[in-house]
Every structure is written in structure tokens, then in C-alpha cells.
Design a protein around this ligand. Structure first.
Ligand code: BG6
Length: 497
């Protein structure tokens, strides 16, 4: 299997200890521990596996273990039983790392974890630097001969290009790039990887995947939820940093990049990086025409009235943070010159939907009178990332009857109806990849920089713009400016989801 890229191999994890920093936090509870459990349940973890939680909150091993082991059938899983520890301590206290190192040595001796360590940073971003320095101070950044020491870092990876580079220099002061796994959980979603399958495991789509056939592309990441309990975090992020800089641009890169020769980690990431490089940078003069933001206000129905963003816990009542962002992007390369790409994301929109929709050009000549085509939309291929995972092809079909009317119809592929197999959760897939040392679905440092390069000028422009932030009612499709952004070219958002 040596020549087969890791991305497409069937695999199980090697002996290792997974160390989660931020072990008492929300992400650990909601995503990471269930992912570990699920890996154990599906026999993807060896019995030489251990889990260590590290956080400031004091907790006993047993308490952490019982919060980690919530699944019904896990009591008999040797991968988890007896192999769960908890180390409490300050992230900037060298004692924490001394105790961690002792715990890791003990686990190596007791459970045969072979000195392999995967350190997962699931803390607030301020803790990244002290943790990395703490690990290096205790020598945990370097593995002994034949073992590995790796670092997984959650987003946000910096707040802009400058701080991302600063973080990179802290990271690279302790870890070499092959040890570093920058996570974007969207890449762990089966349906995001299916963009690769659709484009490169078939021949029928490739000839139409360019400027000769595509009129424009819309990428939507719409959420119905508000910021919930994460107001304090979100105030410093906003939609552009939270979703566009990472998830949206990653999906866009996979959808638009050139075919890689193989799905090897470097081949694939080279193509993504080249695509991101080809995105034209907005200039101060055209930002207002290319980017739109908004913030949700109180709205919904009488039965379900939703608070406005400024009323959420942890949010400044005068906050100017955007909960909605939309942009028009251009890709300056041979394949996509002249094709506009509209991307948008928002919280408290009317539907939860993530999709990539390629809208095709109208036929050059229609041999049918216009009044018989009133219900005909442009052809489109819609990749539904979530929910209702699948693909739809929208096209015109003759309406049965004596007249010749043409109406839009669609062919639908649904994951659920087609496959009996279940999709692993994104975090499950990515944890396994990191344990195996496969970086294919992780973000390389040059990609992070390209993504900040694209969003930075817009964020800066908004920060310097003191006019009132545009608003939209909760459960509506975003601010009116967003309709103007796309409407300027005679197009419209695809909202009939
Ligand atoms: C996270 C963002 O990265 O992605 C959240 O920080 C957002 O604000 C979440 O809600 C969306 O992820 P998913 O997998 O539910 O689409």
C-alpha cells in the first residue's frame, strides 16, 4: 500500500496517547470525546491507546473518564478502560508539563503507547503560545527515535496575516512543519471530500467545470443557530474570521482547484494553495461593491421570538461584530477568468444549509417562445454538504401535455438513500488522520496565509468604517445589501432551499 495516498486507505490508529489541552471545554465535550469514543467503538484504536485531558479546572482521573465515556457500550473497550488520565494546572506553569511528562511516561510503561504523542490544542487561542512553550520546556515537542510527537491546532489560527505569522513562528520554534496539523473540521466531512470524488473520479463533470459553461458559483454556509453561549468568543471573531477565512475558502478551493495528479498530501494542498493564490485581492476602492456584512436583530415568529445579537450573553450591547458576511470573489486563472463566485455565511438565517451551487449558462439560442419557458431556471449542479447530504442536478424538462412548455426539474442523489454505510463525524476522521500522521486534510501554513490575505483587507475596511452596521432580522436571509451585491449583475441568491 506504500504508493497509495493515505487519504484513500482504510486505516486504524497506531499505539499512541492523545493529550487534549482544554479538556474541560465545550469543543472537547461536544466533539473530541465523542470522536474518541466512536473511534473506539469502530475498532479504529489499538488497545495500546491512552487519553490525557489537561485543563485548569481541577478534576480527578475518574471524573474526566466518566465524562469521556458516555457511550452505552464502552465499558468493555480495552482502548479506553484504565487508559484515561487528567492533569490539572495552569498553561503557563512548568509544573503542569512536568506532571504531564510523568503521566505520559507512566502510560507508555503501563499501556505500551510507545512514546507516541498527539497534543491537541482545544483551548482559547491565548493559550496556544504558553502551551507550545510549556511542551517545549518539558522536551515533549521532540519524540524519541522511532516515535512521534505531533501538534493539532484548532482555529482561529491568528486574527490576521500578521498574527498568524507570529503564531507560526511560535509553533515552528518548537515543532517542525511535518509535526503540525492545523485543523479545519469542514475538511473532515465526507461530503466535502465528495467534492473531490465528484470532480476527479468521474469524467462527465470535468469538461463543463470552467468558464465556458459555468455562469457563476454560489457557496453558502447558513446556520439557524445564533451565537448561543459563545458570545464572548464570537465578539472577537465575527463571521469573516469564524467561517469565511477557513471553512468557506477551503470548500471553495476544493471546488475550483485544478485536478491534482494524485490525492497525496502535497499534491492536493499544492493545488488548493495555487487556487487561493489566484483569488484577486479586493482593493479599498472596490470593497464596498464586493463585500457585505450584517448583524442579526430580534426576529422570528410569535411562537419563536429570537433575541438579537446585541442581546446575547457576552455580547457588547453596542457591538459592531458581523454575524453575516457575503463576498464576490474572482479567480484570475485560465479556467475561471470572468466567472463571479458569490460566497455567504450567517447565523440566524432561516435554514441550516451548506452547499456549493454551480449555475450554468443559458443555452445560446432557445428555439422555444419565451412565454413557454416561464418556469425554467438556469441549469445548476448543487453539492449539498449538509444537511440532506447529496447532489442535485437541475435542468429543464418538457411539461407533459399538448403544448411545449419547459419547466425546471431535478435529479437527486441522496447519501442516506444510496448508502447503507454511516459517515464518520468530521472530528473522528481528522483525529484518526492526525494519529496516523496523514496531513492531507489539514491546512498547510501557506494556505492559512493565503486565506488571511484574502479576508484581511475586508475586515480592516469594516473596522475603519464607522457607519452603522447593516442589520437583518433573525430568521431572514441576511441584510438587503447582500441582495444588492449579487443583484448588481442581474443574478440572485438561491434561497429556495
Ligand atoms: C465552527 C464555528 O468552526 O463551525 C461555529 O466556530 C460554527 O461558529 C461551526 O457554528 C459550524 O460547523 P458545522 O459543522 O455545524 O457546520
Amino acid at each position: 500500500m506504500d504508493n497509495v495516498p493515505q487519504l484513500i486507505q482504510e486505516r486504524s490508529a497506531p499505539p499512541a496517547t492523545l493529550v487534549i489541552f482544554g479538556a474541560s471545554g465545550d469543543l472537547t465535550r461536544r466533539k473530541l470525546l465523542p470522536a474518541v469514543e466512536s473511534l473506539a467503538r469502530h475498532n479504529r484504536l489499538p488497545s495500546e491507546f491512552a487519553l490525557v485531558g489537561v485543563a485548569r479546572t481541577p478534576m480527578e482521573d475518574e471524573q474526566f473518564a466518566s465524562s469521556a465515556l458516555t457511550g452505552p457500550s464502552l465499558s468493555d473497550k480495552p482502548q479506553l478502560q484504565g487508559g484515561i488520565r487528567y492533569v490539572s494546572g495552569g498553561y503557563d506553569d512548568p509544573e503542569t508539563y512536568k506532571r504531564l511528562a510523568e503521566t505520559l511516561d507512566e502510560l507508555d510503561a503501563q499501556r505500551g503507547t510507545s512514546g507516541n504523542r498527539l497534543f491537541y490544542l482545544s483551548t482559547p487561542a491565548e493559550a496556544f503560545e504558553p502551551v507550545i512553550n510549556g511542551l517545549a520546556g518539558a522536551g515533549l515537542n521532540r519524540a524519541r527515535e522511532g516515535s512521534f510527537s505531533r501538534l493539532v491546532i484548532e482555529k482561529p489560527y491568528g486574527r490576521d496575516l500578521t498574527t498568524a505569522r507570529e503564531l507560526d513562528s511560535v509553533v515552528h520554534g518548537a515543532f517542525d512543519e511535518p509535526q503540525v496539523f492545523r485543523i479545519d473540521h469542514y475538511l473532515g466531512k465526507d461530503t466535502v471530500q465528495n467534492v473531490l470524488a465528484l470532480r476527479f473520479a468521474n469524467s462527465i463533470f470535468q469538461p463543463i467545470w470552467d468558464r465556458s459553461w459555468v455562469d457563476h458559483v454560489q457557496i453558502t454556509v447558513a446556520e439557524t443557530l445564533g451565537v448561543g453561549t459563545r458570545g464572548g468568543f464570537y465578539e472577537h471573531a465575527g463571521a469573516m474570521r469564524d467561517i469565511v477565512q477557513n471553512h468557506v475558502l477551503q470548500v471553495l478551493a476544493l471546488a475550483l482547484m485544478e485536478p491534482p495528479a494524485s490525492f497525496g498530501a502535497e499534491g492536493l494542498r499544492n493545488e488548493k494553495a495555487k487556487l487561493l493564490q489566484a483569488i484577486r485581492l479586493p482593493t479599498n476602492r472596490d470593497i464596498a461593491d464586493l463585500a457585505v456584512r450584517g448583524q442579526y436583530t430580534r426576529g422570528g415568529t410569535r411562537d419563536e421570538l429570537m433575541a438579537g445579537y446585541r442581546e446575547e450573553v457576552g455580547v457588547d450591547p453596542l457591538s459592531r461584530t458581523e454575524t453575516y458576511a457575503a463576498m464576490r470573489l474572482n479567480v484570475d486563472n485560465w479556467r475561471w477568468a470572468g466567472v463571479p463566485f458569490y460566497v455567504r455565511t450567517g447565523k440566524r438565517l432561516p435554514a441550516r444549509v451548506t452547499e456549493v451551487a454551480l449555475q450554468f449558462q443559458r443555452p445560446p439560442h432557445l428555439p422555444i417562445p419565451a412565454n413557454q419557458l416561464t418556469d425554467l431556471e438556469a441549469d445548476a449542479l448543487i453539492l449539498r454538504i449538509q444537511p440532506n447530504e447529496g447532489i442535485s442536478l437541475r435542468f429543464g424538462a418538457k411539461v407533459p401535455g399538448h403544448s411545449f412548455r419547459v419547466r425546471t426539474a431535478s435529479m437527486d442523489f441522496s447519501y442516506e438513500q444510496t448508502f447503507a454505510e454511516e459517515s464518520p463525524e468530521a472530528y473522528e476522521r481528522l483525529l484518526l488522520d492526525a494519529l496516523l500522521g496523514d496531513p492531507t486534510l489539514f491546512i498547510r501554513t501557506d494556505e492559512v496565509e493565503q486565506c488571511w490575505r484574502i479576508v484581511d483587507p475586508i475586515i480592516e475596511h469594516w473596522e475603519n468604517d464607522h457607519s452603522p452596521i447593516p442589520t437583518y432580522e433573525a430568521a431572514s436571509w441576511g441584510p438587503a445589501d447582500a441582495d444588492r451585491l449579487i443583484g448588481r449583475s442581474g443574478r440572485a441568491w438561491k434561497n429556495s432551499i
